[in-house]
Design a protein around this ligand. Sequence first.
Ligand code: F3S
Length: 61
Amino acid sequence: MKIIIDADACIGCGLCAQVAPDIYEMQQDKAVPIRSGMQDGRKEEAENAAEQCPVNAISVS
Ligand code: F3S
């Protein structure tokens, strides 16, 4: 799974990190994917959070 977050588009609402805290975290008011391997096999959760992003800043593939 590959997660790309457009840092320019992200408005720092924090929703993705709330919805999927094992996959996304906030760093200086921008969301980043957690690089711990915890997101392995959790694509559905990652996509669900991406769909809720108000500015569509997250792409999961
Ligand atoms: Fe940013 Fe969207 Fe997450 S605005 S904090 S990527 S829900």
